[in-house]
Design a protein. Structure first.
Length: 474
């Protein structure tokens, strides 16, 4: 009897250890369903279900949990060969690609190769994530399963197939409160071109994605959180009629260092209808910069490094994003040349195991700690806090954010230079200044207390390339 009770408690813990994600009343940030502010810090483990075995998946989840991540992004039907290349255990998701009948077998014993199927493996990883209080940002299918792109076929060619699949997968995971639904996957939901200043729609895939969203809502209710991982701004494609979409997003990608994510966020935060916003795919650590045209060299373009990642992500968050996503080029594809051919790797192979401890992967947890150190998540960018030169591009642009009540401010400095701050932009009262190191998470509180006017301060160490200035009204 005692064993049965313990088993029921364990099952209850697995399914309910995560409160589901919601959008707050101001439509600016995220909360859990029990009303607690939620700062989304995700890692892109796109091929997690497809390429790792059980032991490796646990190793990966343990590492990311320890590093402070709370969301793992993963794709059920992985990109490129997710439909045609079996997973680690030799299983495919479907019996065939015409009927899309799920390749399911009775039982789920991992020691029985017949019983343990593709879907059992997905189940296992989602439940292991729940045990660690990790959310799974679950993409039912990568975008190439809708928008034709070799080598896999676009199997969701109509709304009926999309709805049927969406409903079945939603029913399978409706009791897993650690699942966050994300549609799309690196593809625009509509193809268009411009001629003589007029937009011409070549093909509209939105009805297919809308059908999948409807299926998820039909199973989980209208309040279920659904995002879309885009090729570009989701706000350009999904308007007032798309009430299923909970959050706008962009991917700032891997082409240039000088991507002005702050401008994208400013535009999106003014879009109608109002939704929270996030960069769901910034530059990845150790990803070659713009490798696709055949002209890449280490000398000419190089790789995105830990500083590039921090500079992109911090300024995205301070410009108004409701969370952050980290990625490593060897992690998303779980680089293992004995199993899979590396994708756009430049001239260097880094195994996924080694990449687990890449520099920015260990740094980015401090961003979450910083954002969670203030309970009020309702904030906005305020460039007028900066009374000195604000800079102009990725090398020097300073971004400041403050809460609506004006009781605290955070300022990201991409260079260790002096800054002048206008304290009259905050509430009246004494102000405490703290320097925050985004590499170590360590804080250094200034002895002086300030009240009003314009104050000049300098980071404590010019060897550290970037800093955050915290200002609290005390």
């Amino acid at each position: 009897m005692r064993k049965i009770v313990l088993l029921l408690i364990a099952m209850f813990t697995v399914t309910l250890c995560n409160a589901q994600i919601r959008v707050d009343a101001s439509k600016s940030y995220l909360t859990t369903s029990d009303g607690k502010p939620f700062f989304w810090l995700a890692d892109t483990g796109w091929e997690l279900f497809h390429r790792l075995n059980r032991e490796e998946a646990i190793q990966y989840l343990d590492a990311r949990k320890e590093q402070g991540f709370n969301v793992i992004l993963a794709v059920v039907l992985a990109q490129n060969t997710g439909l045609t290349q079996p997973n680690y255990y030799g299983d495919l998701p479907f019996k065939d690609l015409q009927s899309l009948e799920w390749a399911e077998t009775p039982g789920n014993d991992p020691s029985d190769s017949v019983a343990y199927d593709y879907w059992d493996h997905v189940d296992f990883i989602i439940k292991e994530a729940a045990k660690r209080k990790l959310y799974i940002g679950l993409l039912p299918a990568w975008g190439d399963k809708v928008l034709p792109s070799a080598p896999d076929p676009a199997v969701f060619s109509d709304e009926n197939k999309s709805y049927t699949y969406g409903k079945k997968i939603a029913e399978r995971y409706k009791k897993q409160s650690n699942v966050i639904w994300i549609l799309g996957g690196d593809r625009p939901p509509r193809l268009n071109k411009w001629e003589n200043g007029k937009e011409i729609i070549i093909h509209d895939y939105r009805p297919i994605w809308r059908a999948m969203a409807k299926a998820i809502q039909d199973v989980n209710g209208k309040e279920v959180f659904i995002a879309y991982h885009p090729g570009w701004h989701t706000s350009e494609y999904f308007k007032e009629e798309d009430k299923w979409l909970s959050m706008n997003a962009i991917q700032s990608g891997h082409a240039i260092r000088n991507f002005k994510i702050w401008d994208s966020i400013r535009v999106d935060l003014k879009a109608t209808p109002k939704r929270p916003f996030m960069d769901l795919e910034p530059c990845y650590e150790d990803h070659p910069v713009n490798p696709w045209d055949g002209r890449w060299t280490r000398e000419s373009r190089g790789y995105f490094n830990d500083y590039d990642v921090r500079a992109r992500i911090y300024r995205g968050v301070f410009a108004g994003a409701c969370g952050a996503v980290y990625g490593h080029h060897s992690i998303w594809q779980f680089m293992d040349t004995a199993r899979n051919y590396p994708i756009w790797n430049g001239d260097t192979i880094i195994t996924w195991q080694k990449a687990l401890t890449a520099k920015a992967a260990t740094h980015i947890q401090y961003l979450r700690q910083l954002m969670e150190s203030h309970k009020d998540f309702n904030r906005m960018e305020d460039s007028l806090l900066i009374a000195s030169n604000r800079g102009s591009d990725y090398r020097d642009l300073i971004i400041a954010t403050k809460n609506m009540g004006g009781t605290y401010a955070l300022i990201y400095l991409p260079r260790p230079t002096s800054i002048r701050v206008n304290l009259d932009r905050l509430q009246k009262g004494k102000k405490r200044f703290t320097w925050f190191n985004p590499v170590t998470g360590k804080k250094s509180i200034l002895k002086n207390k300030y009240n009003t006017g314009i104050v000049s301060v300098t980071p404590p160490n010019k060897e550290q390339p970037d800093w955050v200035l915290i200002i609290d009204v005390i």
